[in-house]
Design a protein around this ligand. Structure first.
Ligand SMILES: Cc1cc2nc3c(=O)[nH]c(=O)nc-3n(C[C@H](O)[C@H](O)[C@H](O)COP(=O)(O)O)c2cc1C
Length: 400
């Protein structure tokens, strides 16, 4: 028997946990797993909202059967076609061949392209509704949050917003399914890591969608990953608004790449100066040790970033290059940036980061500081001045 879980009258969570997959999208580390959430509305007509990844299909179909017995699924509502949510669609259609597949006009080419399904289509447009009996579902198209076909489904009867990947995060659901049943801070961090790495490039589209949803009386948000936000749904909506407007907290992220410790020494020294000058949130990351997804998530959170690199074959050190590439492609705006590093001959690390700074267009604080062989008094003095300048700027801005 699978655990049965009603999230609201007639509405069941039929999601699954995946603790075996180590990398989400074969790239993002899943230290605590991930949940693929799917929902079933058991009304006069039975509707399922999104499915789960193919590796969990058997468990998934079993859960559905345990709830509905010999009844049939009438509708599969496809809010998002990414295979971690559509991967059990073909099997579901096999089990319920008369099931209508509900999507918008951009959904169906994905269905045909991925799974060869060309029948049972039920097309809906923006703002259109579907009656299940007691429950009335209204569809809101949210293109490019974060794929072209994405949409959200609002249950007018219960006030549940089925938001697909929006408001979703990493982390399996270890018993607690609702935000008030688990460690909120962990899931908030993992939701921001999901946002900053997967959704954030489309922040302007997120803003547009938030405006579209603004008039709804949302009582609960049921995303396709992570917890169901029921205690205070507006909290996660406000965070999404903040993240997609690039608003940041008082703090500094220092990221460095270092082979033999000289650049690392500069990072630690600078961190101390910034902390001494009143900044409590100073986060230091060795880019070779911490996956870029965690670093990007912290940079999304805090206002200032300092990037350091040793020179490596005339370029920025590879692990730092990865962080820069991710940042450059993320669309993040309105951060302060500073630069430091080490070389032993003609350099390449600091100049490479400087090229990135001019490309991204963020305001640079202080001059770049580059040591040769190892940092000496002159560089420590310069780091001292830089640390004070960064702290002063932030303290002035956030004390207002
Ligand atoms: C494989 C390798 C490639 C390097 N390439 C360069 C380079 O292109 N230009 C340069 O000035 N120094 C280069 N260096 C020297 C280092 O950047 C220099 O020793 C620096 O102090 C190392 O800083 P770290 O202690 O933080 O690793 C290279 C070192 C190694 C091991």
């Amino acid at each position: 028997m699978n655990c049965r879980l009603s999230i609201r009258e007639d509405i069941h969570w039929i999601g699954v946990n995946d603790r075996e997959t180590t990398l989400f999208e074969n790239y993002w580390p899943l230290e605590k797993g991930v949940a693929y959430n799917s929902y079933l509305i058991n009304d006069e007509k039975i509707a399922i909202l999104d499915t789960v990844k193919f590796n969990k299909t058997t468990e998934y179909l079993e859960k559905i059967k345990e709830i509905i017995g010999d009844r049939k699924v009438d509708y599969l509502i496809v809010n998002h076609m990414e295979p971690d949510h559509s991967g059990s669609m073909l099997a579901l259609l096999g089990a319920y061949p008369d099931m209508k597949i509900v999507g918008n006009k951009k959904t169906f080419p994905f269905i045909e392209g991925f799974y060869g399904i060309t029948k049972n289509y039920y097309e809906v447009g923006d703002g259109e509704s579907l009656d299940l009996g007691k429950h009335k579902l209204t569809f809101y198209l949210t293109p490019m949050v974060h794929w072209p076909e994405t949409m959200m489904t609002f249950d007018e009867t219960s006030g549940v917003l089925f938001s697909m990947d929006a408001f979703g995060g990493f982390g399996a659901l270890d018993g607690g399914i609702f935000d008030d049943e688990l460690n909120y801070d962990f899931y908030e961090d993992e939701t921001r890591r999901y946002y900053s790495n997967i959704v954030a490039k489309y922040s302007p589209m997120v803003q547009r969608s938030l405006k579209k949803l603004a008039g709804l009386d949302i009582k609960m948000i049921a995303p396709t990953h992570g917890p169901i936000w029921r205690s205070n749904p507006s909290k996660i909506i406000d965070l999404y608004d903040k993240w997609s407007r690039f608003e940041a907290d008082h703090g500094v992220v220092i990221v460095y790449g270092s082979m033999y410790g000289n650049t690392a020494k500069m990072a630690d020294y600078l961190a101390r100066i910034i902390a001494e000058n009143g900044v409590k949130n100073v986060k230091v990351f060795d880019a070779s040790k911490t996956h870029s997804s965690y670093i990007l998530s912290e940079i999304w959170k805090y206002k200032a970033v300092v990037i350091g690199s040793c020179a490596y074959n005339t370029k920025v050190f590879s692990s730092v290059e990865t962080v820069l590439a991710k940042l450059g492609n993320s669309g993040l705006k309105d951060r302060y940036i500073s630069v430091f590093g080490n070389k032993s001959w003609s350099g390449g690390g600091v100049s490479g980061i400087e090229a990135f700074v001019s490309e991204i267009g963020w305001e640079k604080i202080g001059p770049s500081i580059e040591a040769t062989y190892s940092p000496k008094d002159v560089e420590f003095e310069a780091l001292n001045a830089l640390g004070k300048e960064i702290a002063d700027r932030l303290n002035n801005e956030y004390d207002k």
